[in-house]
Design a protein around this ligand. Structure first.
Ligand code: KE4
Length: 425
């Protein structure tokens, strides 16, 4: 495949945009080479600036679960745009989407729309702090909740794993209130709740992790976490920016059978336009301005254009729930196909899968947390990524990402993907 125009566009972009991209993962730093510039997309296919057709496995990192330019979503956006895009005033469609989301997701009474997953998670933590009157939060190494300061924290020194900034610009003052635990390790959480008794407002978790590759919680871990939060008066925040409206109408709460106290959303809920959201029971959401004292706001929050895309998307998913089964079956088919190919090759690998989330790790140990995910051989991953790309298969350009299948993928596309893998190693 030729990528000359993409490379030229990348060089031009770098003159005006830091690193040539508006979000770091797109720059191919983890896999090397120049990123692909997309001209347009339809269904399961990307058409890049060099005229290459690529089978897409990121779906814009999750939102386009029904494929690119899905007609009902597209038409809703076009129709709404003709009537104006945003007013900074309440509109009926915000209530329509809120009603639908609340009807689909268990254990929430109200929802607030924002413009990104970051904003949703940042606001959810502030709400949890305001509601509980406590300052500290626990997050998990390898989980990503957006780029708000409280989340850009890595394991610090000291027995109780105080956080330390993992980006310049994040202050120690912020980091001290974020404690770090290990995914699938309930003892690491209990050590923190014991050492910080009465000071922890919330534990935030990706209920099925997608930012270390796809990592599934053990039933004991996620159930134990819920019980620990209940007994310690800590709010459990499920970051469902990835899993919400992807695993099923009820997301990870429904799939795992675990009730969170606050749930955050992004990606699918916006149908491809910028929408994030956070939701909870009335007793918690009533603390949010203007009803309550916890401030949160946004110029374009709930703008009718984005709401029209989200409403069309959730309406599609709510009226055609078989999509979730179809997606899960396609992901299982891909898993089995990859497994059949890789076991004939002399390379260690793990494949993690949950619903329509899947990831391949080149390591011989099971991938159950960030440390085991980090053991993956990145040189093998780079060979895999570029070997697939050369054959027209676009995978996430990082070993620490989950793949996002879209339901426009055909079984022929899946076979092409599986056959491409045969030629990589
Ligand atoms: P955004 O602010 O990017 O809309 O959402 C942040 C976020 C929050 N929570 C979870 C579980 C997420 O996965 C994300 C964002 N996901 C990444 C992909 N791993 C977005 C891709 C990017 O950063 O460009």
């Amino acid at each position: 495949m030729i990528y000359k125009r993409s490379s030229a566009l990348f060089n031009d972009a770098k003159k005006y945009i830091p690193g040539g991209v508006n979000s770091p993962v797109r720059a191919f730093k983890a896999v090397g080479g120049d990123p692909i510039f997309v001209k347009e997309a339809k269904g399961a296919y990307l058409y890049d600036e060099d005229g290459n057709k690529l089978i897409d496995y990121i779906a814009s990192w999750g939102p386009l679960i029904l494929g690119h330019a899905h007609e009902p979503v597209l038409n809703a956006i076009i129709d709404k745009a003709k009537k104006g895009t945003s007013f900074g005033m309440p509109t009926e469609i915000e209530t329509d989407l809120a009603k639908l989301a609340v009807s689909m997701v268990p254990n929430i009474d109200k929802i607030r729309f924002v413009n990104s997953g970051t904003e949703a998670c940042m606001s959810a933590v502030r709400l949890a702090r305001g509601y509980t009157g406590k300052d500290k939060i626990i997050k998990f190494a390898g989980c990503y909740h957006g780029h708000s300061d409280s989340f850009l924290i890595q394991a610090g020194s000291g027995a109780v794993t105080f956080g330390s900034p993992n980006s310049p610009g994040v202050t120690q003052g912020t980091a001290k209130d974020t404690l770090l635990a290990n995914y699938n390790d309930l003892a690491s959480v209990k050590a923190l709740t014991n050492a910080n008794a009465g000071e922890i407002a919330a534990i935030i978790i990706e209920p099925i992790a997608g930012n270390m590759g796809c990592i599934i919680p053990t039933p004991e871990f996620i159930k134990g976490l819920r019980e620990l939060c209940t007994q310690e008066g800590i709010l459990l925040i499920f970051d469902e920016v990835m899993t919400g409206f992807r695993l099923g109408a009820g997301g990870a709460q429904e799939a795992l059978g675990i009730n969170a106290d606050i749930v955050t959303f992004g990606k699918v809920i916006g149908g491809g336009l910028p929408v994030g959201a956070f939701a909870a029971r009335n007793e918690i959401m009533s603390y949010l301005a203007p009803e309550g004292p916890v401030y949160q706001a946004g110029t374009l929050s709930g703008n009718p254009l984005a709401m029209s895309a989200g409403l069309a998307m959730l309406t599609e998913l709510n009226t055609k729930p078989q999509v979730f089964k179809s997606l899960a079956e396609k992901t299982e088919y891909l898993h089995k196909g990859f497994d059949a190919v890789l076991k004939t090759k002399n390379i260690p690998y793990q494949i993690n899968r949950y619903g329509s989330m899947i990831s391949v790790h080149f390591t011989d140990t099971p991938v159950v947390d960030f440390a085991s995910s980090a053991k993956g051989n990145n040189d093998t991953f780079k060979k895999y990524f570029h070997g697939m790309l050369e054959q027209g298969i676009y995978l996430p350009p990082s070993a620490f990402e989950s793949y996002f299948l879209n339901d426009a993928l055909s079984y022929d596309d899946l076979d092409k993907t599986i056959n491409a893998l045969k030629k990589v190693f």
